[in-house]
Design a binder for this molecule. Structure first.
Ligand code: TTP
Ligand code: MG
Length: 389
């Protein structure tokens, strides 16, 4: 059996945990300006129709009494780390698939820890007792079904699907709940008369393939309850990035530059925390008309330095300024390598390397100070607001 766990209203629940005054209230995470989108909403706010990815201005209309808070990603990441550490105590066969989601292979645990239901109850109570958070768990014979099962009894849910119950479950499972079915192929599926996963079995494969292409084979397997994918204990992140919707569309290079530097610091810090270095730096810009521009550069040397990430990003920004004004800016590092497995290389062009050498110790010292005394304890001079007398 495979267990899938997903935290309830994760970012909002962490905020409610930190500030008891927020408990039982409609809390909406995703920024305080009207221009961003909702990251998540507490279940109290969901009653008003607020949900993830909804524009903030719309959420404010639906829930004027909502408490709107900015995203505090490093806090949620820290809590996520503690959740994953608890899960690892149950089995090393743990695959974290997002900040609040993971699969655990329960194979062979029965003698040690009890039935799947008992394992789920133990996990739920440890997370509740040690972290003060609730989660929802689904257990099924494969990953795909366990993920669907974890959603069914949210929040604080537990749903166990046994092998003999699968055929009936699939027959009545709305097709839009199947991972991989999005707005686009949902329409094609409905045109074929497929409303539940079980309906797929009644459509000849060539007809399915004509509308859905490659996805049809996967769908056919899922409709038979088959999903061979394994729990993969650790997956390296493909990229690490940060982005922000700006308070208003801007062409102001200074504003964009400051934002880019703050984001570069965030990306570099996460690289260092996860012991990665990136070789490719990606700049993301969204124009006023919502068109997305991405620019990337591949470095001679991998890096986890905010200064280098920023300088590369800023060079790309300068070349793109004529396309502004912009409503969103973001920077990321991709092409990641484990930091400690890299041999010391002498670069052909020493610039980046020497910068890395110069800034490396500074940024590591900043990490230590911030870890010990908090994120505000030290920052670059340019982030200190000028005092007005
Ligand atoms: P989810 O698990 O999808 O949502 P959730 O935990 O808030 O609520 P649920 O009880 O339904 O599981 O996502 C986990 C976190 O990821 C969520 O708290 C915020 C973030 N997130 C976004 O920032 N944007 C999004 O569009 C979504 C879906 C999630
Ligand atoms: Mg969740």
């Amino acid at each position: 059996m495979i267990l899938h766990i997903d935290m309830d209203a994760f970012f909002a629940a962490v905020e409610q945990l930190q500030n008891p005054g927020l408990r039982g209230k409609p809390v909406i995470i995703g920024g305080t300006s009207n221009r961003g989108v909702v990251s998540t909403a507490s279940y109290e706010a969901r009653k008003f129709g607020v949900h993830s990815a909804m524009p903030i201005f719309q959420a404010k209309k639906k829930c004027p009494q909502g408490i709107f808070l900015p995203v505090r990603m490093s806090l949620y990441q820290e809590v996520s780390g503690r959740i994953m550490a608890i899960l690892k105590d149950f089995s090393p066969l743990l695959e974290a698939t997002s900040i609040d989601e993971a699969y655990l292979d329960l194979g062979g645990l029965e003698k040690l820890l009890g039935s799947p239901k008992e394992v789920a109850q133990k996990i739920k109570s440890r997370i509740k007792q040690e972290l003060g958070l609730t989660c929802s768990i689904g257990i099924a014979p494969n990953k795909f079904l366990s993920k669907i099962a974890s959603e069914l009894r949210k929040p604080d849910g537990l749903f166990i699907l046994n092998a003999e119950e699968i055929p009936l479950f699939i027959q009545t499972l709305p097709i839009k709940k199947v991972p991989g079915v999005g707005a686009k192929n949902l329409q094609s599926l409905e045109n074929l008369g497929i409303h539940c996963l079980g309906d797929v079995l009644h459509v000849p494969l060539p007809r399915l393939e004509k509308s859905l292409g490659k996805f049809s084979r996967r769908l056919l397997e899922l409709s038979r309850g088959i999903d061979e994918s394994k729990v993969i204990p650790y997956r390296d992140p493909k990229s690490i990035s940060a982005e922000d919707t700006l308070a208003k569309d801007t062409n102001d290079k200074e504003i964009l530059k400051t934002q880019l530097l703050a984001q570069s610091e965030m990306v570099a810090k996460r690289l260092r925390q996860q012991h990665f270095k990136g070789k490719t730096i990606i700049l993301k810009l969204k124009k006023s008309d919502f068109k997305l521009l991405t620019r990337s550069i591949t470095l001679e040397q991998t890096t986890d330095s905010a200064q280098i990430i920023f300088e590369q990003g800023f060079q790309m920004l300068e070349k793109s300024m004529y396309q502004g004004p912009f409503r969103l800016i973001g920077i990321g590092a991709a092409n990641l390598y484990p930091a400690d497995s890299l041999p010391e290389q002498i670069g052909l062009f020493a610039d980046a390397k020497s910068l890395d050498k110069a800034w490396g110790p500074v940024e590591k010292a900043m990490d230590l100070i911030q870890d010990r005394f908090g994120g505000q304890a030290i920052s670059r001079g340019c982030f200190i607001k000028k005092k007005t007398r």
